[in-house]
Design a protein around this ligand. Structure first.
Ligand code: PRT
Ligand code: ZN
Length: 304
């Protein structure tokens, strides 16, 4: 009992989605942050080998509540689920406190209203009095009541996109990523209700110092992993006379390193980290300015 209590003070507990759209990216993020977990995904509770971190694998819908009820210290969940659950819990009189530590660079989607292709659309007012199938009644209600629109929610936790064809609803409000699901079901997207990404959240009370120090270690690592994913290391040889023009077209680049090229007085090597994607068009512009041997290399880790 004593040991259990002690370890709950020292080991940081993080809830993540057990199996779903956030799982691969979350597991990859942890791996790139140097968190070593050998236990398979079937384990509800996994212990990191090299850091005092325990991972709790659960359904995404349970993650906000686990953080708000102080069962875990941190959680990774989509903002859509977080906002919806917060509103539901407020109505149920349950605790709703949490802190967002960081928005992450995956899990992108939008909650959107879609209607059958053949139905006309003039604006949100068209939804007045309609039956709308959704898993997110609170987010939808918040948006529509801002416009003074009353609707009839049809609560579905899955297969929302078949509701109009099945005669259960006139429209739907569901998560969309590529839009392929809507298209395949004869629906068209007409209004975005909420845009979402995965977020790292923390319980709203101070953590034990041991746990806080792990969070302090983890946050710069997560930032570093995300920055690395979005950055590229660019190398090229270029004429000295064009350096200013070349630097001007490199997106989000910091000061480059300029290196002498042996045996060449008018050309140098230029190395730079670019914080944005480098498109073919930019590479072609660089080439037109006289750059050669242009290399764009992925970065694995980054610490500012
Ligand atoms: O079992 P568990 O409850 O944990 O998982 P789940 O089935 O409830 O959630 P899951 O794994 O589908 O999604 C987890 C989170 O990923 C969501 O809460 C969002 O934050 C995020 N996310 C990102 C998405 C999508 N993209 C997404 N496209 N969640 C769901 N979808 C579904 C959508 O509901 C629709 O059925 O994908 C379909 C549409 O995709 P497109 O690409 O055809 O538009
Ligand atoms: Zn879910």
């Amino acid at each position: 009992m004593c040991i259990e209590k002690d370890s709950s003070k020292k080991r940081l507990r993080i809830a993540i989605q057990k199996s779903g759209r956030l799982t691969d990216d979350t597991e990859a993020l942890f791996k790139n942050c140097g968190i070593k977990i050998t236990e398979s995904r079937d384990h509800l509770l996994a212990h990191a080998e090299n850091l005092p971190i325990d991972i709790l694998r659960v359904r995404d819908d349970d993650i906000p509540g686990l953080v708000m009820d102080h069962v875990v210290d941190l959680g990774i969940v989509g903002e859509n689920v977080l906002e919806e659950t917060t509103m539901q819990r407020a109505v149920d009189g349950l605790p709703t406190g949490y802190r967002t530590l960081m928005q992450l660079n995956y899990g992108d989607c939008r909650l959107a209203v879609a209607i059958p292709n053949e139905q006309q659309w003039h604006g949100l007012q068209d939804l007045s009095g309609l039956k709308i199938a959704t898993t997110y009644p609170f987010l939808l209600k918040r948006k529509l009541s801002e416009q003074g629109i009353a609707f009839k929610p049809v609560l579905l936790t899955g297969s929302v996109e078949v509701a109009p064809r099945a005669g259960l609803a006139d429209a739907i409000c569901d998560l969309v990523c590529t839009g392929a699901t809507l298209h395949a079901n004869g629906l068209r997207e007409v209004e975005t209700i909420f845009t979402s990404k995965a977020v790292l959240i923390c319980r709203d009370e101070p953590l034990y110092p041991e746990k806080q120090s792990i969070v302090d270690l983890l946050l710069p690592r997560i930032k570093g992993v995300m920055a690395a994913r979005e950055s590229k290391y660019i190398m090229m040889n270029a004429p000295k006379s064009k350096l200013a023009e070349i630097r001007a077209i490199l997106p989000g680049a910091e000061n480059p390193s300029i290196i002498e090229l042996e045996g060449e007085s008018d050309r140098v090597a230029l190395h730079v980290v670019s914080r944005e994607k480098l498109f073919w068009e930019t590479m072609e512009q660089l080439k037109a300015l006289g750059a050669s041997s242009i290399l764009v290399v992925p970065i694995e880790k980054m610490l500012d």
